[in-house]
Structure formats: C-alpha cells, structure tokens
Design a protein around this ligand. Structure first.
Ligand code: EPU
Length: 418
C-alpha cells in the first residue's frame, strides 16, 4: 500500500528549517550534462523522486553517476548509447522532455515520447518544437514520439508565443551548441532559467540576458565539464513559510533567496503575516486569523502557479472573501474540492476560485492528484482541528525532500505511515 501522512492539527509551528535545492533547477541541470562528454558535478542534488526519474532516463542514454567522497554528484555522458526518451519515463515525469534540446544539439538526433496531458492541464510542447524547428531541426511526430533530426543547429531569432519555462531551457541548451547567435524573445525569467544559464556558462556557453525576456546565446562548437551548486527551492521555501503562517506560528526558513519570492512575500503580508527578511533567511509569524487576499498567478516575477494551492489553503481560513485566479494551467484547482471536504468554502468559476473564509478546517482523509495540491492539503491538515490523513504521498515526494521531517522539526505532529 502506498504511504500516507497522518497529521494531528492545531500545533503552532516554531523554529528554523533549511530549504533544499530546487527541483526545477536540478532537472534541467541534469539534462544539461548530455551536452558534453566531460563530467558535470552537481554539489547539492535534492533527494526527490523526480530527480531519480531523470537519473534513470540519463542512465539509459549513457550517463554514469557517482557520488563524490567530499559531497556532490558526478555525472558523465562520455558516449551516448541511445537517443530515445521512452514513454514510460516521460509519462511519469513531463520534465523528461528537457533531454530533447541537448540530445539533438550533441548528436543531431533525438526521439522523445510526447508527454500528453497531465493532472493540471494539457501542457503541449509546441513552443519547444517550434523553436527547435527555427534552429534548423527537422521534426516529425510519429507513433506518439517526437522524432527530431538535424545537422549542426543554426542560430536564429525565436519569439515564443507564450512564456514557457522548460521551453526556454530546452532552446537555451540547444542553442548553446548551435552555429552562430540565437535570440530568444519572450523568454521565461524564472530563477531556475537563470540557474541553468550559470551552469551552461560554467560549461563554456556564451549566454547573455538570462533572467530577462530576451536571452542571447552565441553558440560554441563544444562544451566542457563544470561544477555547479543548484539554487535553493523557492517553492519549498514558500510552502514552509505558509506552514508558519497557517498555524499562527513563527517559522524561519534559512538557505532562502528572498528576491526570488517577492510576489509570495507580498501576499503573505497582505494576508496578515509578519515577515522579517534577511539576506538568506525569512522569518514568518502567522496572524491570529488571515486577512482575505486576492491573487492571480503569472510567470515570474508574478505570483507562481506552484504556490497557488498552498496559498489557497491559507486564505481559506481568512476573515472574508478572496479570489484566486489561475492563468498558467487550465486545471489547477484539484485541491479545492479536497479542501472543501475539510470544511473550506470554495467555488470554482472558470479560472477563478472564490474562497469564502471559514473559521477552521476539520481533519479528514484526503488525497490529491498532483504535487502542489498535496502540499496544500498537508498545510490545511496542520491547521485543522483533529486528524487528517493525506494519501498518495508519492506526489509530495516528487518535489519535497522529506517534507514531514522538516515539519516535525518545527513541532508538527505529522508522521508517515506505510
Ligand atoms: N505551454 C504551451 N506550449 C508549450 C509550452 C507550454 O502551450 O510549448 C503552456 C503550458 O501548457 C502552460 C503554460 O504554457 O499552460 C506554461 O507552461 P511552462 O512550459 O512554463 O511549464 P513547464 O515548463 O512545463 C515548469 C515547472 C512547473 C511550473 C511551470 C510554470 C519544471 C520542471 N516545471 O513547467 O513546475 O508549474 O513551469 O511555472 O520546471 C511543479 O514544480 O509543481 C511544476 C508543475
């Protein structure tokens, strides 16, 4: 039977806890190791199910992994033994599509299963494919696979129709080995894109403008090995801060990067939390009762869709009505119905959730269909009266490094049951 979490709610969380490194930076960093025959050393890979999945994929493609005695993970793809990302791995984790750009750039051929929809939306990859085609790849869809071929890719101007994080990353990796200059317009500005640019630069790539909407990449014939430290996870940081806020507690997250969390911090303050922001730490003292707070998700530096569910759990307890609008994914309100089972009053009207605050949640057995939705249920459980059982913990394990251990450290009564 799959593991579940049992939470006895009502404890005000207190203390200090450190953020792990970011899942959404670790995945592209690992994919980037395909761009060179030399070793790439990642100093602080987080222990996450999604990291295990991409490791399995890279191993199939020919990567060798070793743990270094002084710490860090060494990954080396001396020779590619396959150029295919199979359906079973892509369907487990969509980010597997990140191998498409690097494989094509290094070997001129890649075959990657089409991801298809998932629990939070349709999530097509047309912008990845459009960009690669502009770079000179010949792309066909055959039997559910993207089949891409090219001789050396050629620099070009790519204007993305919409802001896509992994799309920008895929194109940046492909363009790093292309001939000539590539400009990506309407690029994603997420901190994880910037972290990947730093890694690629350490490998010898020439990239300007990462973190802005215009990224310029001057292709080089070859990339080399490097050592890289992955940036801290802003979504994990945010989730732990909300844990402090929702329990009326006093939680400090260390190893944080406050500038990557501005939109969330503004909303926490609007909801009544008291924040103290240091250089690499954030202290959050929760209000007696949250204030109603409207929010709308948008690409960075806007409010992150990956924090929408957790914030909804918090304002579900507010003294009044809030509106939460999701603009990134079309089906990312799956947590609302589960929160309602705990006593929340939430109605969905298209892309907007109307959240009428209740005085308290009641513990209940709940389950979620995706990672951040599961996190929101854990948060609601921490605040609820009585006992909450969150099943399908494997969703959480995809993106949080032992979340329950960190919450226990803050005093939460939470345990993992087999
Ligand atoms: N989109 C297209 N065509 C494309 C690419 C994207 O229509 O070719 C659409 C998507 O369907 C979506 C929107 O554009 O509606 C934005 O999607 P994006 O491509 O930016 O998402 P992603 O790159 O697949 C990453 C994170 C997600 C995070 C989103 C948005 C990784 C590995 N994943 O996904 O993280 O929600 O950006 O910030 O970086 C999570 O960690 O829980 C998670 C889902």
């Amino acid at each position: 039977m799959a593991a579940r979490l049992e939470i006895e709610g009502g404890v005000r969380l207190q203390g200090e806890v450190s953020a792990s490194s970011a899942k959404n930076a670790a995945l592209p960093a690992l994919a980037a190791s395909l761009l060179t025959a030399e070793p790439v050393v990642l100093e602080n890979l987080p222990a996450l199910a999604d990291v295990t999945t991409i490791r399995q994929l890279l191993e199939r493609l020919g990567a060798e992994f070793s743990e270094l005695p002084g710490g860090g993970t060494r990954v080396q793809v001396s020779r590619l033994k396959s150029h295919e990302a199979p359906y079973e791995l892509v369907s487990t984790m969509r980010a597997s599509v990140l191998v498409l750009g690097p494989l094509l750039a290094r070997t001129g051929v890649a075959r990657v299963a089409l991801p298809g929809g998932c629990a939070i939306g349709l999530r097509p990859i047309d912008q990845h494919l459009k960009g690669l085609t502009r770079l000179g790849a010949d792309i066909e869809i055959e039997n559910g696979f993207v089949q891409a071929r090219s001789s050396r890719l050629k620099g070009c101007r790519i204007t993305s129709d919409l802001v896509t994080v992994t799309g920008t990353e895929n194109l940046m990796m492909a363009a790093a080995l292309a001939e000539g200059t590539t400009v990506i317009e309407n690029a994603a500005r997420e901190p994880e894109v910037v972290d990947l640019a730093w890694l690629l630069q350490a490998m010898g790539a020439r990239i300007d403008g990462a973190g802005t909407e215009r990224i310029e990449i001057v292709g080089v014939p070859e990339l080399g090995g490097c050592r890289h430290r992955i940036l801290p996870d802003r979504i994990e940081t945010g989730t732990l801060l909300v844990a402090g806020a929702i329990t009326g507690g006093d939680v400090t997250v260390t190893n944080a990067v406050p500038r990557n969390l501005s939109a969330l911090l503004a909303k926490l303050e609007e909801a009544g939390a008291l924040l103290e922001v240091g250089e690499d730490r954030i202290r959050c003292q929760g209000p007696e009762r949250p204030r109603p707070t409207d929010l709308i998700t948008s690409p960075f530096p806007g409010f992150p869709t990956d924090m929408q569910a957790q914030m909804m759990a918090l304002i579900g307890l507010a003294d009044g009505l809030s509106r939460v609008t999701e603009t990134i994914f079309e089906n990312r309100f799956m947590h609302a119905a589960e929160l309602c089972r705990m006593g929340a009053r939430i109605e969905i009207d298209g892309a907007t959730a109307i959240v009428r605050g209740v005085e308290h949640y009641e513990g209940a057995p709940v389950m979620a269909t995706d990672l951040r939705a599961s996190a929101s249920l854990v948060l609601a459980g921490l605040a609820a009266k009585g006992r909450t059982g969150v099943s399908r913990v494997y969703h959480l394990d995809r993106g949080y490094e032992r979340l329950e251990a960190k919450l226990q450290k803050l005093g939460a009564k939470i345990q993992r049951l087999p």
